[in-house]
Design a binder for this molecule. Structure first.
Ligand code: XMP
Length: 327
């Protein structure tokens, strides 16, 4: 398909002036394509959908309707950041849906990783479909497809942005302004559009979110321990200059307990596992050599600040033999 091939004459976007040129051209092209019609976008808060949103806000303003679905599996502070940046600062037309209970109820008792993923994906489409049906005169669907998605997939649709699963009567024309860009180019464009660094330089985060790091059947108490321990890890990595250096770092909470001791009493609580890896393409990965003193400090903070946790482990395993995620 020729319209899915990056033009050979297209230069790599590495500077803000090149990004500005791309932005100006895209704004013109988007206005010509969309005219005065409305566009719908599932805004996850990830780099790609955030950059698409910022670009479309510049091009068509309130005719872009962003839907941010909080599936209850986002990291600490993420939904708040989406609301702050897009609704408060960029004055976007943002529909915020807190579907936490709905997702967690659906996921209750499901322990198989692929069934968890499918359940999250299917419920996401259902929530998005419901929101789409409430809106009128939407003719376009914007997606944060980037060039690697096209290169890596047969159909050119990003699996975890899979609103391509919408029912037949909800077919929209696609708007994919980033489809010829590589990730590093998307980041330069995002920065030039004024998005905060915390959004533009985010580490990769899987579509099913914390759902695949709260191992086995998800429970609210373990999910809370996961979210809080992950926030501490991110805060400490940022403070110690590792945030921009390490490719992916996060915590995992397994579905078994171990004994511990607190205030002279025996406890029976969950361990938290820390994972910090580097990779170029996620096909193989090496483990970051995190300073031992920092690991001790993080352990101290997690065991004293996070409920239901009495132990912290560090995953020393490269990929292979392990995968990056635990599920
Ligand atoms: P693994 O665990 O396979 O992960 O070594 C490789 C990369 O893919 C991410 N990942 C996912 N991303 N949906 C996503 O959008 C998923 O279901 C999913 N599973 C893994 C993982 O975080 C890592 O960056």
């Amino acid at each position: 398909m020729s319209d899915n091939k990056r033009p050979e004459t297209m230069e790599r976007i590495t500077t803000e002036s090149a990004a500005q040129k791309f932005i100006d051209e895209q704004i013109e092209a988007l206005r010509a394509q969309i005219k005065d019609k409305k566009v719908l976008l599932a805004l996850s808060g990830g780099v790609d959908s955030s950059v698409v949103a910022a670009l479309l806000i510049k091009a068509i303003g309130k005719n872009l309707v962003c839907v941010h679905v909080n599936h209850g599996l986002l990291r600490k502070g993420e939904p708040e950041q989406v609301i702050e940046v897009f609704r408060n600062q960029m004055k976007a037309n943002l529909v915020y849906v807190d579907a936490t209970d709905r997702f967690l109820d659906k996921l209750a008792g499901i322990s198989d990783p692929e069934t968890k993923r499918k359940t999250i994906g299917a419920e996401f489409i259902r929530v998005f479909e419901e929101e789409a049906r409430k809106l009128e005169n939407i003719e376009f669907l914007a997606q944060g497809t980037i060039y690697p998605d096209i290169l890596e997939s047969d159909v050119g649709v990003k699996a975890h942005h899979n609103v391509g699963g919408l029912p037949e009567d909800l077919k929209f024309e696609l708007v994919e302004p980033l489809k010829f860009l590589f990730k590093d180019e998307v980041r330069v464009v995002g920065k030039t559009l004024g998005l905060p660094d915390g959004m533009v330089y985010r580490q990769p985060f899987p579509g099913p979110g914390l759902g695949v790091r709260c191992l086995g059947a998800i429970t609210r108490d373990r999910l809370n321990s996961l979210r809080e321990s992950d926030a501490i890890l991110r805060e400490e990595f940022a403070k110690n200059g590792l945030a921009g250096k390490v490719w992916q770092y996060f915590t995992i909470v397994p579905d078994f307990k171990s004994t511990g001791i607190k205030d002279g009493k025996r406890t029976f609580a969950y361990p938290v596992i820390i994972r910090a890896v580097n990779t170029r393409d996620a096909m193989t990965a090496t483990v970051e050599n995190v300073p031992f003193e920092l690991l001790e400090h993080i352990t101290q903070r997690i065991t004293s600040e996070v409920e239901n946790v009495n132990r912290v482990l560090f995953d020393l395993t490269p990929k292979p033999s392990a995968t990056i995620e635990w599920e």
